[in-house]
Design a protein. Structure first.
Length: 430
């Protein structure tokens, strides 16, 4: 087996760029400082620049790092140990420039020089080499007082370095109990497949945003959460900073909203939401069933399209009256696509949500009620006819002795009709 010292320096740099998780770009130049062709890159450099490895290997270093020298070259000087440091800007594929600090290690290969550039983004919140004490105290205070649980773990072995106060109630573990242990040690993950997908995404992109899963607390109770994480560098160590957002309230609110929506959809009443211009805003399934229009068709319609007895101006004025009163009811007629109509009773309420005015209407088909009313009226007319056709005098008297009505024979004997009721010539009381 060959010794590592047998590997050519340029090849060794390429091997290192593939093994280390930092942003590393290896490039070559001649002794005069010309060239700068990229010959190897790390996976993290590909991820952070947005270029593929193949694209970066066709570039020069100036295509990735903004040159700041007066002659258009990168402004770095190499000391006697073959190391140089400078600041520049990383040019990403999406056109965004990121301020970065760079350490360059040079290797002399005779005719050319090989440079291995290790890149740190200045935007990394934990990447400051020297942080003022007061800033450190502020950062610590922000970390500890955040409403969202935060966990910092070592990228190398996954051990938890620290957690904030918000982590304790959701997990059931104290800070002392989790520090030095991994999430697997405390059985935090409910679904191992979710953990694998989460780790894979973190390794691929260096960050994760809004990864929704379930975590277990100390008692085994499951909690819906959203995880966001980034890999950050502090000194020579790399850490994972994970922010955990508790979704219990959010999901419960979503569940209640869905329940309320399903209740509206399945209600026996026809339910319509209308804006103040008479435009149909929402209808439930019952409306489509009764009227015969689809929801898409109704969404393009106005009230006067389905209430034929109202003109546009009359309906607009009526909606203004509903707003002034707050609520009202009316009996009207609704029209189906084939032109047939049916009587309906409508209860309307004016609502204002986030500055938007909505008329909330409950509609009931009263065809059956109208049919029964007509039958009752006909029955009363029939009864009246029977009473009037008898040859005897008939009087209807209440408990107080007041004559309520009489037939035609009784009327001919001295009773006379007064409006729709009957009274005696003398008094109504026997």
């Amino acid at each position: 087996m060959p010794d590592i010292s047998d590997i050519p320096p340029s090849n060794l740099c390429q091997v290192i760029s593939h093994l280390i998780s930092d942003q590393i770009i290896v490039f070559s130049m001649d002794k005069e400082g010309r060239g700068g062709r990229v010959i190897s890159v790390s996976d993290t450099a590909c991820s952070r620049t947005g270029y593929s490895r193949e694209e970066l290997l066709r570039m020069n270093i100036e295509d990735v790092l903004s040159p700041e020298g007066s002659d258009g070259s990168l402004p770095f000087e190499i000391n006697d140990d073959g190391i140089g440091e400078f600041s520049s800007r990383l040019k990403r594929a999406d056109g965004v420039d990121i301020p970065v600090d760079i350490r360059v290690v040079s290797i002399d290969e005779g005719e050319k020089l090989i440079y291995m550039a290790i890149i740190w983004e200045k935007s990394d919140p934990m990447n400051s080499k020297e942080e003022p004490e007061e800033n450190s105290d502020l950062n610590r205070a922000a970390f500890m007082t955040s409403h969202d649980p935060i966990m910092v773990s070592n990228l190398k072995d996954g051990k938890i370095i620290d957690v904030n106060d918000a982590f304790i109630p959701i997990s059931g573990w104290t800070r002392e109990e989790v520090i030095g242990r991994t999430t697997m040690d405390i059985d935090l993950w409910c679904r191992i497949d979710d953990r694998k997908a989460y780790v894979k995404e973190l390794e691929r992109r260096g960050k994760v945003r809004d990864f929704q899963t379930y975590l277990k607390d100390r008692n085994g109770d499951e909690h819906p959460v959203s995880l966001s994480a980034s890999i950050v560098t502090v000194g020579n160590e790399r850490y994972i900073v994970t922010i955990c957002r508790d979704l219990r309230d959010t999901w419960e609110l979503s569940r209640l909203k869905n329940l309320a929506f399903q209740t509206l959809e399945k209600d026996d009443s026809m339910i319509l939401w209308i804006d103040m211009e008479g435009k149909v805003y929402y209808v439930n399934e019952t409306v489509t069933g009764y009227l015969g229009y689809t929801k898409k068709e109704l969404s393009r319609m106005y009230l006067w399209d389905i209430y034929p007895t109202y003109s546009k101006s009359k309906l607009i004025n009526f909606l203004k009256e509903v707003k002034e009163k707050g609520s009202t009811s009316v009996e009207t007629v609704m029209k189906r696509p084939d032109g047939r109509t049916f009587p309906a009773e409508v209860y309307l309420n004016h609502l204002e949500l986030d500055g938007e005015e909505i008329i909330f209407a409950f509609v009931r088909d009263i065809s059956e009620r109208r049919r029964m009313e007509n039958l009752l009226a006909k029955s009363r007319m029939f009864e009246r006819g029977l009473i009037d056709s008898t040859l005897d005098s008939l009087l209807l008297i209440n408990r107080e002795g007041v004559i309520l009505t009489c037939n035609a024979v009784a009327a001919g004997q001295g009773w006379r009709r007064k409006g729709r009721s009957y009274t005696s010539i003398s008094s109504c009381t026997i």
